[in-house]
Ligand binder design. Structure first.
Ligand code: SAH
Ligand code: CA
Length: 223
């Protein structure tokens, strides 16, 4: 089960009970994904609740997700976006895997958000440039970055172009199970996550907060 770093099973259960209940589609997506070996890539229900609240706080109508997996985080955010904006909401869901997008679409249909989600299949480096070229610059309210960690710097650069002022980028896994704080760990993923935390913190173009939700969630709001 995916849970926030530092929360034991008892506290995780408690937090889950006092958060809004998952929709049936979210519940099925989480439960069926739990059978996979790579299930820990999925955001926890409490992180999804937090992201749904962020979507409300920025009144998200146009959003981008980078790294879809089986569709749980996109489904959560899209539910809120559709509640706010109906069929005018748009979530561009970028993933390199046809197969995973196919799995995700089944949950999006059940959750009645397939009409507001646009899957974008391919390397997200190119997909985000494509969205900019399609005219989305300065129009995105919210972007969730959760794909390959070495891509984070490029996703940040593209995100700064895509976001409107006051829009937010969320970078997942910035604690990387704690390895970012262990100087002896120097693999490319860990180094990329350290680099993005530092870059965002030194960048005058954004307001930022590094939170310990899930496996670490870095929030950057474009000024
Ligand atoms: N947000 C998802 C988890 C994402 S896991 C959830 O909460 O359920 C990371 C995903 O990133 C995987 O589905 C993988 O296929 C995708 N990915 C990895 N590298 C990518 C790239 N370069 N471009 C687009 N997607 C990529
Ligand atoms: Ca993640």
């Amino acid at each position: 089960m995916s849970r926030s770093i530092g929360l034991d099973a008892t506290l995780t259960d408690y937090v889950r009970k006092v958060n809004p209940a998952e929709s049936p589609a979210l519940k099925r997506c989480r439960e069926e994904t739990e059978a996979r070996e790579d299930a820990n890539m999925q955001v926890s229900p409490e992180q999804a609740a937090f992201m749904k609240m962020i979507a409300r706080m920025v009144n998200a109508k146009t959003a981008v997700e980078v790294g879809v997996f089986t569709g749980y985080s996109a489904l959560a955010v899209a539910e809120t976006m559709k509640a706010l904006h109906g069929e005018k909401a748009r979530l561009y869901a970028c993933d390199v895997s046809h197969e995973l997008i196919g799995i995700a679409e089944d949950y999006w249909k059940e959750g009645d958000v397939a009409d507001v989600i646009r899957p974008v299949i391919g390397d997200a480096r190119e997909s985000l440039i494509g969205l900019i070229n399609d005219g989305l610059a300065e129009s995105v309210d919210m972007m969730f970055v959760d794909a390959d960690k070495t891509g984070y710097p490029e996703y940040y650069t593209a995100g700064l172009t895509l976001l409107r002022p006051g829009g937010v980028m969320l970078f997942d896994n910035v604690l990387w199970s704690g390895s970012v704080a262990d100087p002896s760990t120097t693999d490319p993923d860990t180094e990329a996550l350290r680099a993005i935390a530092q870059k965002v913190n030194q960048d005058d173009r954004v307001e930022n907060a590094f939170t310990a939700i899930g496996d670490g969630l870095l929030i950057a709001m474009k000024r």
